[in-house]
Design a protein around this ligand. Structure first.
Ligand SMILES: [Mn+2]
Length: 327
C-alpha cells in the first residue's frame, strides 16, 4: 500500500522540485508529469519538468503552456543538482532518463519514484509504487483523493485521463478495473472530452508513420504454431519512410491482434544496436523474458535495449527463448 500521507508531507516540506520521466515518453509519462506538476503548483512550489526526450507531437496538447523542457546540461544541471526533490515518474530503472542519469545521481535531491512497473532498481530514497494500478497517473489521482494537497480540476483530469487511456490501451487491458472506469467517469464529469483526447493521442500521425507501419506489417512472421509473432523494423525502413523512433509507438500491439498469438515481439534497429519490445497475453511473463536480455517491464509488456549489437544475430535466439515461456 502506498503511504500517500508520507508522499504529501514530502511535497509540503520541500520547495524546489524537478519532475522527470523515461525516454520516448508515452501518454502516461507526460500525463502523470503534468498531473503532478499542477498538484505542486497548487501548493505554490517551484517546479520544473525536465525530460531527456522532447514531448511527442501527439502529447503536446497536455502542455499548452510549454512547461516541459527538454534536458540541456548548461541550462538544467544546476537546477537538477540543487533541487530538494526529483520525482521520477513511470520508470523503475534510473537509466531510463538516459542523458540525465549522471546529473541525477550527483544531485543532493531526495530521489522519489512514483511508478507501476515491477521490481524497481534501488536508486531512490523513497518509492511510491503499485504494480496493480493501471497507470502512474492513477497514483497521482489517488494522491489527490487521499490527501488535501490539491483540487482535482479540468487540467489535472485531462492529463490523468490521457495517462490512463494510454496505459490501459483505451480501457482494454487487464488493469482496466471498475475503479479505472469510475475515475474516468469523474474526469468526464469535470469536462474532459474523450473524443478530443483520443483524437490527439491516436490521430495525429504523419504519412511517414503509416508508411513505416506498412513496412512493419509486411515483416510480420509467426513461429511456434502461430503463438509467437515477430515484427522487424530496420534502420533502412526508418530512412525510406522518413519516420522516426517515436512513430513506432504502438506498432507492437499489432503482433497480438492475430488469432492464436500469445507472445508478440518487435525488433527495431537503432543508430547503434537495436531494441526489442515484448508483449504477451494472459500470465506469460515477458518481463522475465526481457530480463534474460538485460531488459524489464511489466508481466505483459516489456522491453530491452542492445547497444552496439547486431539485430539479425539475436533474432532467432530471442524467438527460441520466447518458446520456452509457452510450455
Ligand atoms: Mn505507465
Amino acid at each position: 500500500m502506498i503511504d500517500f500521507e508520507l508522499l504529501a508531507s514530502v511535497i509540503r516540506n520541500n520547495d524546489n522540485f524537478v519532475i522527470t520521466t523515461h525516454v520516448n515518453p508515452d501518454g502516461d509519462a507526460i500525463g502523470s508529469e503534468m498531473g503532478l506538476y499542477y498538484v505542486l503548483k497548487q501548493q505554490n512550489k517551484n517546479v520544473k519538468i525536465i525530460n531527456h526526450s522532447a514531448t511527442p507531437y501527439s502529447l503536446q496538447f497536455l502542455d499548452d503552456q510549454n512547461v516541459i523542457e527538454k534536458y540541456f546540461p548548461v541550462t538544467h544541471d544546476e537546477i537538477i543538482k540543487n533541487a530538494d526533490v526529483i520525482f521520477f515518474l513511470d520508470l523503475n530503472v534510473l537509466g531510463r532518463v538516459v542523458s540525465m542519469t549522471e546529473v541525477c545521481k550527483a544531485s543532493k535531491a531526495k530521489k522519489i519514484v512514483i511508478d507501476h512497473h515491477l521490481d524497481p532498481e534501488e536508486f531512490y530514497d523513497l518509492a511510491f509504487t503499485d504494480k496493480r494500478v493501471s497507470a502512474t497517473g492513477e497514483i497521482i489521482y489517488d494522491l489527490i483523493k487521499k490527501t488535501n494537497l490539491a483540487e482535482l480540476n479540468f487540467e489535472i483530469a485531462q492529463a490523468l485521463y490521457a495517462s490512463i487511456m494510454t496505459d490501459t490501451g483505451s480501457f482494454r487491458y487487464d488493469r482496466t478495473t471498475p475503479k479505472v472506469h469510475k475515475i474516468a467517469a469523474e474526469f468526464l464529469s469535470l469536462g474532459v472530452d474523450s473524443e478530443f483526447v483520443a483524437d490527439q493521442l491516436f490521430d495525429k500521425g504523419s504519412l511517414g508513420r503509416l508508411k513505416l507501419l506498412g513496412k512493419a506489417l509486411t515483416s510480420l512472421s509467426l513461429n511456434n504454431n502461430g503463438q509467437i509473432c515477430s515484427m522487424v523494423i530496420t534502420k533502412k525502413d526508418l530512412e525510406e519512410t522518413k519516420a522516426d523512433e517515436s512513430d513506432i509507438e504502438g506498432f507492437v500491439n499489432y503482433t497480438l491482434s492475430i488469432n492464436g498469438v500469445k507472445i508478440g515481439l518487435l525488433f527495431y534497429e537503432l543508430a547503434e544496436g537495436f531494441k526489442i519490445s515484448f508483449r504477451s497475453k494472459g500470465n506469460i511473463p515477458v518481463n522475465k523474458l526481457a530480463a534474460e536480455f538485460g531488459g524489464g517491464g511489466h508481466l505483459n509488456a516489456a522491453g530491452a535495449r542492445f547497444n552496439g549489437k547486431k539485430m539479425n544475430e539475436y533474432l532467432p535466439r530471442v524467438i527460441e527463448r520466447a518458446e520456452e515461456y509457452l510450455k
